[in-house]
Design a protein around this ligand. Structure first.
Ligand code: ZN
Length: 157
């Protein structure tokens, strides 16, 4: 493994300290290729990392992992005004907030799920590497939700 890697999945997860994908999925070194940003937001640079894994490491499963009580999504839902580059981050989550506004249930939880789904849906049709892979059936992109309370991961439809 020191000379090569063959991760079976790419996990696009949140930077949240409570959600390290290797521990969440109980896997070890070399098993998963991880891309983490707050709110699992995928910008061009993050996309490049994901594409690298698909193209050069042969990883054909991409899991977009949202999680319960996500701070980034909570901030976007509450319309928090921030400084630095944080507003850019929150802006990327706003479509999920708008999409779930007025729905029954917990607004943050609804937005967390919508955000993970939206990112997965967008990835499926993005770029010259992932989109053709999805179309040919070689690459699969799924959205999932991690519960901090139970430790369980649920696949989102
Ligand atoms: Zn989070």
């Amino acid at each position: 493994m020191a000379k090569d890697q063959k991760p079976f999945a790419v996990v696009v997860g949140c930077s949240d300290s409570r959600v390290p994908p290797e521990l969440v999925f109980d896997v070890s070194l070399g098993d998963i290729f991880v891309e983490r940003t707050a709110g699992e937001v995928v910008d061009a640079v993050a996309l490049g990392s994901i594409e690298y894994a698909v193209e050069h490491l042969g990883t054909h499963l991409i899991v977009v992992l949202g999680h319960q009580r996500c701070g980034a999504v909570s901030a976007a839902v509450s319309g928090a005004k921030d400084t630095g580059d944080i507003p850019d981050l929150l802006k990327a989550i706003l479509p999920a907030v708008a999409e779930t506004k007025g729905q029954s249930g917990d607004p943050i939880d609804n937005a967390v799920r919508a955000n993970a789904r939206d990112i997965a849906t967008r990835l499926q049709s993005t770029g010259p590497i992932i989109a053709p892979g999805v179309q040919s059936g070689e690459v699969k992109v799924v959205a999932a939700y991690y519960s901090l309370d139970t430790g369980q991961v649920e696949l989102l439809k």
